[in-house]
Design a protein around this ligand. Sequence first.
Ligand SMILES: Cc1cc2nc3c(=O)[nH]c(=O)nc-3n(C[C@H](O)[C@H](O)[C@H](O)COP(=O)(O)OP(=O)(O)OC[C@H]3O[C@@H](n4cnc5c(N)ncnc54)[C@H](O)[C@@H]3O)c2cc1C
Length: 439
Amino acid sequence: MDLAAAGQSVAMVERGMIGGTCINVACIPTKTLVNSARLLKTMRRAAEFGITGAESPAIDAVRLRHRKDDVVDTMVAGQRKSFLGSGMDLVIGEAKFVAERTVEVALDGGGTRTISGTNVVINTGMVPALPAIDGLAGASVLTSESILRIEELPSSIVVLGGGYIGAEYASMLHLMGVRVTVIHRGAHLLGREDADVGASVGEVFSRDGVDVRLGVEATRVTRAADGTVTVELSDGGTVSAGQILVALGREPVTAGLGLEKTGVHLTPRGFVEVDDHLRTTASGIWAAGDVAGSPQFTHASWNDYRILKANLAGGDLTTTDRLVPYCVFITPELGRVGLSEAEARAAGHNVRVARMPVSAIPRARTLGQLDGVWRAVVDRDTHLILGAALLSAEASEVIAVVQMAMLGGMRYQQVRDAVITHPTMAEGLQLLFSDAFLG
Ligand SMILES: Cc1cc2nc3c(=O)[nH]c(=O)nc-3n(C[C@H](O)[C@H](O)[C@H](O)COP(=O)(O)OP(=O)(O)OC[C@H]3O[C@@H](n4cnc5c(N)ncnc54)[C@H](O)[C@@H]3O)c2cc1C
C-alpha cells in the first residue's frame, strides 16, 4: 500500500480475505467474542459489585455473531478503502508462481491473469492443521476458523489442544456457559511457557470448571447419528460432547503456490526460508509473516512489513534480536515478553525469579479480579529484566510496560523505584521487583 501510494506499480493478490487472517478469522473476531464473554462473567457477578437488576444475563448467539461480524466487516471495509485509495491493483483470486517473479492468478470472477514484478513478496500466512487422527477427517470437526461461523453455541465441546488457540477458545466458551473439556498431550497447558506458568493457567481453568485432561492424546474420533462426538483417549478413557474444536497447530500456506517454479526453498518445518532481511533463496522474492516462520502474531507480521518496506528501498533492517511480546487472551489473560525462566537458564544467565500473587496488587482488589500470578526473570549480575509472564487482568497492557523497560535497557530497580500511577495494575511491577517477591 505504501509503495503504491508512493507511485510504484503494485499488485496485491488476495484469495478472499481482505485484511488477512487477523481481521477476518483470528485476532479481531476472537477478541470481540472474548470481550462479550468477559462482560457476561462480570454481569454474573453484578450483585457482588453492588448492582441489582442483572440477575440472569445470557448469551444471545445471533446478536453475538452480528456484533462480531460488524466489527470485522467495518475493519475489512476500512482496509479495502485504504488499499484501493493507495492506487494499488487489488486482484481477488488465487496466485501461483508460473516462473521466477511471475504469478498466474485464478481470478475470483473467472479467468486468469498473469502478473510479473521486479520484486515479489510471499505473505500467504497459515491455516489450521488437521492431524491424521483416526476418524477426525470424517467427524465434521470445527477449526479456529469454522467455529466463528456456527449458528448457535453448543452445550458442550471438546477442545483438542491446550496451546494458545485452544486455551483461548476453551476459556471464552466456558465463560459463555459451554461445558468444555480440553485434551492436551503435554504435562501443562501452553506448552511453550514455563511449567509453573502453564500450571497456574491450568489451576484457574480447573477451578472455574473447565475439565482439563493433561498428558493424553486423542486416538480416535467418532460422530454418532445424534451429532454427539466421542473422542477416545490414549489413556483408555473417552470424552463425549456436542462439538469438537481441533486446535492442534497451524501449517504454512505453501502448497499449490508453484514454488517449484522458483528458487524458493522451504525450511524442514515447511516455512519459506528467509534470511534476517526477509530475502528468500530466490533473487527478488521476499517473504513475510507467518509463512516466513516469523513469530505467529499479527504484530510480528506488521514488523516484517516495516523491515521489508525499508529493505525494498535498499535499506538494511533485520529481524535479528527483536523483542516480540504476546498475549494469550484467556481470562485472566497472560502477557508474555522476553525469555522464560527455562530459556534464560539455557542461555547461561545467572537468574533471579520474581513471583507474586496478583491479589497483592491494590488495583486487582478494586477490580475484584484477584486471579493469577506475575512472574519475571532478572539477570542477577546485570540486574536487567530478561522476561516476564503476567497472568492477570490487564496483563496485555502491562506487558508493554515491561517491554519498554527491556527495550530501554532499564535495570529492575529502576522499574521498582519509578513513580507509577496508583492504583493501576502497572503499579504492581514495583511490588513484583521488591525484596518481598524477588527471589
Ligand atoms: C484463532 C486465532 C487467534 C489469533 N489471535 C491473535 C492475537 O490475538 N494476536 C496476534 O498478534 N495474533 C493472533 N493470531 C495470529 C495472527 O492471526 C497471525 O499471526 C497473522 O494473521 C499472520 O499474518 P500474516 O501477514 O502472516 O498472514 P495472513 O494474515 O494469514 O494473510 C495471508 C493471506 O494470504 C492469502 N492467501 C494465501 N494463499 C494465497 C494465494 N495462493 N493467493 C492469494 N492469496 C492467498 C490468505 O487468504 C490470507 O488472507 C491468531 C490466530 C488465530 C488462528
